[in-house]
Design a protein around this ligand. Sequence first.
Ligand SMILES: [Zn+2]
Ligand SMILES: [Zn+2]
Length: 237
Amino acid sequence: MLSLVYPAHCGGCGCRLDDLSGRGRAGGDGAERFICKHCRALILDAPEHQCPVCSHPMAGLFQCPNCEGRRWHLTTIVAACRFEGLLQELIHRFKYGRDQSLLPLLSELMIPALEDPRLVKKIFDAVVPVPLHPLREREREFNQSDLLARSLAKQLGLPLLRLLKRNISTAPQAGFDRAGRLENLRGAFSLRGRVPVDATILLIDDVATTGATLDACASLLMEGGATDVSALTLARG
Ligand SMILES: [Zn+2]
Ligand SMILES: [Zn+2]
């Protein structure tokens, strides 16, 4: 039975977790069940000094350059880990290598971030994933954010509401300045379901960079009647 609950191999290096002569489980009862000690140490928590709103790393900075001149629709973006090293590889394997065996590990890595002071006092009504364009979802056969959101919703005992859809396959964001990026994102999403009245929503994506995608989603949810939209991502680039 145990092997059904606890996979035998490390999600990072593939070593046998139940082999006592090997590297061994990282221990604990979260993500540590799915990864060896060595690999767990290679996944870095969010930096200590970060912007309270968008989680931009703030070491040595007084003002967040990512928030400058911006009016956010979302309340905060909390990222569980840094988009670096092993985690970057795992997310790549999950998304593009379609390795869904990584889902328990990756969703567990997000759980501790729910204890972040920016989220812990909120009483969420629903979990909403950032949607993928239907064509891209068909290519990939799944939406990684949807899988993460589903797993979190289950753990939190909250409804998973797929309230958003992506209308057009947006041009890659690289190469645009910020104004261009926001313009590119405008109209990329729309509501496809009714937002519960006065809802406090937990919006889920795998990776945040500038937060523009998350905020485009948040603006629609707020327009649709939500009271608060907070974003949680697995990683922040
Ligand atoms: Zn490992
Ligand atoms: Zn910021």
